[in-house]
Write a protein that binds this ligand. Sequence first.
Ligand code: NAD
Ligand code: UDP
Length: 322
Amino acid sequence: MKQGKRILVTGGAGFLGSHLCERLLAQGHRVLCVDNFYTGSPRNVAHLADHPRFTLLRHDVTEPLQAEVDEIYNLACPASPVHYQRDPLQTMRTSVLGALNLLELARRQDAAILQASTSEVYGDPQLHPQPEHYWGHVNPVGVRACYDEGKRCAETLFMDYRRQYGLCVRIARIFNTYGPRMHPEDGRVVSNFIVQALAGSPVTVYGDGTQTRSFCYVDDLVDALVRLMEGPAALCGPVNLGNPGEFTMLELAQRVIAMCKSRSTIVFRPLPGDDPSRRRPDIALARSALGWEPRVDLAAGLARTIEDFRQRQEHSLHAQVK
Ligand code: NAD
Ligand code: UDP
């Protein structure tokens, strides 16, 4: 029988990472999940704990790591503005030192390595939708810079390891992704709105709600990450991964309230600093090079996500009663 690969997933106990670990195990690979539980939790991978090909290791990627691996997915980094701004220096260290440590591991092991980069490298974009060749519009001294510039620096390191050592690198520029297992206190918009609507409390729209985002369902995104890792060798530069469907935050709030059959009202709160006014991926490259495009639209993805939040709420209520 063909042996699966040995795959390291950093940030594997987070939202995206836990779904990726599941997918890789289902494909027959051995998965080493590394996480320091900064925003993730062993609970996210508890259902995999007894799997014979799964290992969970508590480790901070700002420290070097030794492991025998064929592939590395580097997802370690808080992704919600609330959490990455909580300790901006740690966010920067995670992006930059984490990338360096994992690139060194990839070099020693001759492993392929994929970086979970972000649409945030485009900052508040002046070009819309955003293609990969756009260099972006980032405030380097603002409150989001620890994340944006950290991820930009990581991309630079990846490309320099490619140029200097011929390493096989992949750069996924991930646009807003949501789905089951997001933490209720994650602070990002989809989880906030669902938690608020299910509780019947006011739904908090920041600013006037006209800013836009494009939301990708987690299963589509995981599919794209795996395709990118396995994609053509020449595909070492950045690739946008996201769903081009674009919505204002006000539209999203109204949809979530309606889908939750909630009585929540909408309240407006101040817009956080440097909040990008619009965002939509140009995914022509992913379509042509990976044969990938998202399949789950916002209505279907929200329905599954709302159901997951509802079930988790019920379980925790039952647990409290017991
Ligand atoms: P998440 O916060 O749920 O997961 C991040 C994981 O990384 C957590 O488990 C956290 O504990 C771990 N981590 C953080 N710092 C670490 C460190 N120093 N060492 C080891 N582990 C560490 O967020 P997510 O949405 O799952 O995002 C995963 C990755 O994808 C991140 O790199 C993020 O920047 C990127 N990304 C996500 C989105 C999105 O919309 N979900 C969009 C763009 C990019
Ligand atoms: N947002 C909002 N209400 C919330 C949380 C976020 O209106 O309770 C807005 C936020 O200002 C931003 C958009 O939703 O314009 C997406 O925010 P998120 O933190 O999910 O991701 P990012 O800003 O990193 O794209």
